[in-house]
Write a protein that binds this ligand. Structure first.
Ligand code: 13P
Length: 344
C-alpha cells in the first residue's frame, strides 16, 4: 500500500475534482438487460456497447465527469471506430474504473440478506484490469432494512469483504471505491435510515482500519440518509442534506478525500437537489460528489430507445444531467437550471 501511496491519493483526488463526479455505468449484463428491456431494446453485447459509446463520446462530458466505472464486458469494448473505451476515456481526461465484485448473493443462515462475492482470484484480476487501463475500482455491499433487519452478522460480513477488497486494490495501485449501500426501498423512517447507515459506516471504517487500508487513497460511496420511498412522510430536501451531513461528520474520518453518493432509485431531480443542498451547507472535510448510475443514465437511455437517429438527442439529455450534477457540486442546482434543457 505504501508502495503506491502517491498514486492512490492522486487518483482519489482526481476522482473528486472540483465540479466533477463519477458516471457509474458498470451494470452487470443481467442488470443492463433489465434496463434495456424497460425501454424496449434487446440486450446484446452490441446494444450494450452502443449505449455506453453514446455516453462516453458525449461532447463536453469530461467537464463534469471525472471517471467512469465499467463492467468487465465494457472495459474490453471499443468505439465503433475501434478505440478501446479505456483509451478513449484517458484521452479525454476521464479516469477508467472497473467494478470488481461479482454480485450480492443470499447470505447463508440469513436468506433475506445478502453478502457480496468476488474475492477469489481478485489479486490476479486486479493485475489484468490494470493492464486494461483501470485506475480505480468499485465493490458494492448491500444492506437491507426490514423487520429485525439488518442483522449484525450481515453488516459485519459485508464490511469485512469491503475491506478485503479495498486492501487488495491498494496493493495493486488501484484506488478503491468502498460502497456500502443501505437500501431505501420499503416504508422505514428517516430515523431508521440514519441509524442503519451509521451502524454500517462505523463497521466499515473499523474493518478498513483493521485491514490497513489507506483512507487518503480511497473514496466512499454511500447512500444518503432518506425516508424510504414508500413512506408517506417524506423528509424535505434540507432535512435530508442536514441529517446526512450530521451523521457523516460523526462516522466518516476526515482523511477520506471524498464522498461520492449513489442515487439509489431517487428521481433525477431529487438526486441533484440533495447533493446541491449538501454542498450549499458545506463546512465538511471531504469533497461531496456523485457516482450516479440511474440518475445520470435513465433519462438518456429512454431518449435513445435503441435508435441511431436518437443518439444526438440522447447525448444532450446525458450532458444536461451531467451539467446539473456538476452544478450541484457547487450548491448551484435549481429548478431553473433543470428546466433549461427542456426548453432547449
Ligand atoms: P445508482 O446511482 O443507480 O444507485 O447506481 C450507482 C451504483 O453504482 C450502484 O452500485
Amino acid at each position: 500500500m505504501t508502495e503506491h501511496r502517491q498514486e492512490l491519493e492522486q487518483t482519489a483526488n482526481e476522482m473528486v475534482a472540483e465540479g466533477k463526479g463519477i458516471l457509474a455505468s458498470d451494470e452487470s449484463n443481467s442488470t443492463m438487460t433489465k434496463r434495456l428491456d424497460a425501454v424496449g431494446v434487446e440486450s446484446t453485447e452490441e446494444s450494450r456497447r452502443r449505449f455506453r459509446e453514446l455516453m462516453f463520446t458525449t461532447e463536453g462530458a469530461e467537464e463534469h465527469i471525472s471517471g467512469v466505472i465499467m463492467y468487465d464486458e465494457t472495459i474490453r469494448q471499443s468505439t465503433g471506430d475501434g478505440t478501446p473505451f479505456p483509451e478513449l476515456m484517458a484521452s479525454r481526461g476521464m479516469i477508467p474504473g472497473i467494478k470488481v465484485d461479482t454480485g450480492a448473493k443470499p447470505l447463508a443462515g440469513s436468506p433475506d440478506e445478502k453478502v457480496t462475492e468476488g474475492l477469489d482470484g481478485l489479486r490476479e484480476r486486479f493485475e489484468e484490469y490494470r493492464e486494461l487501463g483501470a485506475r480505480f475500482a468499485k465493490w458494492r455491499g448491500v444492506i437491507t432494512i426490514g423487520d429485525h433487519l439488518p442483522s449484525r452478522y450481515c453488516i459485519d460480513v459485508n464490511a469485512h469483504a469491503l475491506a478485503r477488497y479495498a486492501a487488495l486494490a491498494q496493493e495493486a495501485g488501484i484506488t478503491p471505491i468502498v460502497e456500502p449501500e443501505v437500501m431505501m426501498d420499503g416504508e422505514h423512517s428517516i430515523d431508521r435510515s440514519e441509524q442503519v447507515t451509521g451502524d454500517t459506516l462505523r463497521a466499515v471504517f473499523s474493518e478498513l482500519a483493521r485491514q490497513r487500508v489507506l483512507l487518503e487513497g480511497m473514496v466512499l460511496k454511500p447512500n444518503m440518509v432518506l425516508s424510504a420511498y414508500d413512506n408517506p412522510d417524506q423528509a424535505s430536501i434540507e432535512e435530508v442534506a442536514e441529517r446526512t451531513l450530521a451523521l457523516f461528520k460523526r462516522v466518516v474520518p476526515a482523511s477520506v478525500p471524498g464522498i461520492v453518493f449513489l442515487s439509489g432509485g431517487q428521481t433525477d431531480e431529487a438526486a441533484s437537489a440533495h447533493l446541491s443542498a449538501m454542498n450549499k451547507i458545506g463546512g465538511v472535510p471531504w469533497e461531496l460528489s456523485f457516482s450516479y448510475g440511474r440518475a445520470l443514465q435513465g433519462a438518456p437511455l429512454k431518449r435513445w430507445g435503441g435508435e441511431e437517429s436518437n443518439v444526438t438527442d440522447a447525448q444532450s439529455v446525458f450532458a444536461h444531467r451531467a451539467h446539473c450534477n456538476g452544478e450541484a457540486r457547487f450548491g448551484r442546482y435549481s429548478d431553473e437550471l433543470e428546466q433549461e434543457a427542456v426548453a432547449a
